[in-house]
Design a protein around this ligand. Structure first.
Ligand SMILES: C[S@@+](CC[C@H](N)C(=O)[O-])C[C@H]1O[C@@H](n2cnc3c(N)ncnc32)[C@H](O)[C@@H]1O
Length: 349
């Protein structure tokens, strides 16, 4: 879809509310709203006019995006107005996220305060804040791998990953630095899901010729962990499989997929290893605590453990596991301001 596309949004009800709550929307291309509710006709929402379906023929637009939730209604609109081009939800969201990043780049390049202020305002109203790409990447092109990694990082989830782009930046900077300082050992991730982070680790493991261990049930949370502080958490991440992740991330002789309930899944090979960089991203108290107990003693001097969700507030158990482990081992976690609130623990040289 071209960037100058004019979009008419059909439906001002709950469906629209959900889309707007869930995703940052660039209002730049939205030319109006359509609704069958006559009370809304002629009114202005989000600075655009609401029109009746009869007025569509007299409007200038390129695409219609339907936010109505009922599939039968969606299908009947599509067949009644079959002369027009429609965008489906996934395409709209994906395109819109790209629009927003182009908008940000434009503002940065032109150094135009007006665009920048508008961009901040639009994003803020949807719970997002723009994060500048670090100068080392944007201006100095210090990480030649960036564009390639960005595609992998967002390959299985454009929306959330783009919102959490600072996490990719922190992986890039820290892994490269560890390798430049010749910190020995393998890479590992506990909590792989569809493999977004794992794809980044795989790329670096190949570049720096390191082993990579990827631990997950590949079947979502385990009931044994949904107790205590996590008894209120819902079952999640079942929509994955070892085969699908292997296909997306890649396979080679130095990558070991460890399928099963952690820590029961650890093998002698994993136990013997030293680790340079570990990502713990399994959300819940029991596996995070077990992950720290397993990896920290095996972490090389100068190595790092990134623990996701420490200060994001969705997973109280993550904070508790890290705090308890750090207190017992006299460690001080450093907190990163990425979306889910990563904590980093290091082992000094
Ligand atoms: C938030 S997802 C991981 C996201 C992933 N790091 C990414 O890059 O998108 C959490 C994952 O932790 C895994 N997990 C949670 N508890 C586990 C346990 N005890 N053993 C193995 N895997 C576990 C889940 O199966 C799920 O795939």
């Amino acid at each position: 879809m071209e960037s100058k596309a004019r979009i008419l949004i059909w439906g001002c009800g709950q469906g629209l509310k959900e889309v707007f709550e869930k995703y940052p929307i660039s209002m730049n291309n939205i030319v109006g709203f359509v609704d069958i509710n006559r009370d809304l006709w002629g009114k202005s929402i989000y600075n655009c006019i609401v029109i009746s379906p009869e007025e569509i023929d007299n409007s200038a637009f390129d695409y219609i995006f339907i936010t109505v939730k009922n599939d039968d209604v969606v299908n009947s609109i599509k067949s009644e107005y079959s002369q027009y081009k429609f965008i489906d939800r996934e395409e709209f969201v994906d395109w819109n996220m790209r629009q927003i990043s182009c908008f940000a780049e434009m503002a940065l390049e032109d150094n135009d305060e007006k665009i920048m202020r508008y961009y901040h305002r639009v994003l803020r109203s949807y719970g997002c804040y723009p994060v500048a790409i670090p100068d080392s990447i944007y201006f100095f092109d210090k990480y030649a791998e960036y564009q390639n990694l960005l595609i992998k990082y967002t390959g299985k989830n454009t929306v959330n990953q783009l919102k959490d782009i600072s996490r990719l930046h922190s992986f890039m900077m820290n892994i490269n630095r560890l390798m430049q300082n010749s910190i020995e050992g393998a890479f590992a991730e506990l909590g792989v899901y569809l493999g977004n982070n794992a794809a980044i680790l795989y790329d670096y493991a190949q570049t720096y010729d390191r082993k990579l261990f990827l631990f997950d049930t590949f079947e979502g949370f385990d009931d044994r962990d949904l107790v205590g502080v996590d008894s209120g958490q819902k079952m999640q991440f079942k929509d994955t499989s070892l085969e699908a992740v292997k296909k997306f991330v890649g396979e080679n002789s130095k990558t070991v997929y460890v399928k099963g309930y952690f820590p029961e899944s650890v093998t002698e090979e994993c136990k013997k290893e030293k680790y340079a960089f570990v990502s713990i991203d399994c959300d819940l108290y029991i596996p995070i605590k077990a992950g720290l107990e397993f990896f920290y003693p095996r972490l090389s001097k100068g190595g790092m453990i990134f623990i996701h969700d420490f200060s994001g507030c969705f997973f109280e158990g993550a904070r508790q596991a890290v705090d308890e482990y750090c207190k017992a081992n006299c460690l001080t976690p450093v907190l990163l301001p990425d979306k889910a609130g990563t904590a980093v623990i290091t082992k000094s040289l």
